[in-house]
Design a protein around this ligand. Structure first.
Ligand code: HEC
Length: 301
């Protein structure tokens, strides 16, 4: 057992070392990116919720230096090392991640990523937010996705529209789109990436046997695949009746390993109870023996 533990620790360390050997370079043009809006206390509150759900497991509570012992160390994001970086740099790191930190590109929307930064900055009294970028000053493409379900063809049709500098909206060609379905743990990509055609359309065939909820509904989201962050994008989310109705118990409904008390599997409860009884049995036995020894002594005297 010890050997296995040692092996696991060594293995994790070696992964950590190869990973930390890679650098986490932020492209120069990303460092200057600023949030598209002024941070408000509401955004900080939203950001806090997102932080607690998505980041705290590794980075710990803000200002408490209680981050998870990983290699490389995640560090406390309220501290100098993170706070001295400009907003664009933080945004880029959160967007692309670096193992073991996941990329949040498809997990959090752009706004949500900015809200987390708003929350992080609330721990830095010296922080002054740079002027928000106005839409007009954005040099890249501004793309919005829209999603429809074609019932006959059993296809999900995603339309990409682009806002031009003069405010006109046109179909956007050549935009890479990824489709996701929501599962228990985050989002799962379906099919390959598709590139929009001249009409701004990307069409996804849907697997017929995709499990949905009891009524066959599936939450589908479409996002622009833009690894270089050259576009300002808005994805689309819809709940579509395209899945196979599946009666899935929720993760916490049945007996499960990770459940607490009453919902743990019977064997865990039994083994646990048994070991508690044995341990206490031993303690009582020892106390009883000691008392017996003292009694024997008294008689002898
Ligand atoms: C699985 C663990 C994990 C999760 C979850 C995680 N991170 Fe990280 N994060 C790390 C690690 C490890 C590093 C250090 C990487 C390095 O320095 O090479 C890091 C680094 C960072 C950095 C750069 C800090 C610096 O000092 O340069 C930022 C910013 C950051 N994380 C933000 C976030 C945010 C925001 C979230 C949640 C949305 C998050 N992280 C979720 C593990 C995680």
């Amino acid at each position: 057992m010890r050997f296995i533990n040692l092996f696991i620790i060594l293995y994790v360390c070696s992964i950590g070392m190869t990973v930390s050997a890679q650098t986490w370079v932020v492209p120069d043009d990303q460092k200057t990116v600023v949030a598209p809006f002024l941070f408000t206390p509401e955004m900080q509150k939203q950001g806090e919720q997102i932080y607690l759900k998505n980041c705290q497991s590794c980075h710990g509570l803000m200002g408490k230096d209680n981050w998870a012992k990983l290699t490389p160390p995640p560090g406390d994001l309220s501290k100098e090392l993170a706070q001295k970086q400009p907003d664009g740099e933080l945004f880029y790191r959160i967007t692309v991640g670096k193992a073991p930190m996941p990329e949040f590109r498809n997990i959090l929307s752009e706004d949500e990523r900015w809200w987390v930064i708003a929350y992080m900055r609330s721990y830095n009294p010296k922080y002054i937010q740079p002027n928000p970028a106005t839409k007009a000053s954005f040099a890249g493409r501004i793309v919005t996705l829209d999603m429809k379900y074609d019932d006959l063809g059993k296809k999900v049709v995603v339309t990409a529209n682009e806002e031009l500098k003069d405010g006109q909206s046109v179909h956007a060609a050549g935009v890479e789109v990824a489709l996701f379905v929501k599962r228990f743990f985050g989002k799962l990509q379906v099919g390959e990436l598709k590139t929009t055609n001249d009409k701004g359309l990307a069409i996804f065939e849907f697997p017929a046997d995709l499990p949905g909820n009891k009524e066959g509904y599936v939450e589908v989201s479409a996002m622009v695949n833009d690894p270089k962050n050259i576009m300002k994008t808005t994805g689309a989310i819809a709940t579509l009746a395209i899945g196979k109705p599946t009666d899935m118990p929720s993760l916490t409904e049945g007996r499960a390993w990770w459940a607490t008390r009453g919902k743990a599997p019977v064997w865990i409860i039994l083994t646990y109870t048994l070991s508690v009884i044995i341990v206490w049995g031993f303690i009582f036995y020892i106390v009883y023996s000691i008392l017996k020894i003292r009694k024997v002594k008294k008689i002898n005297l």
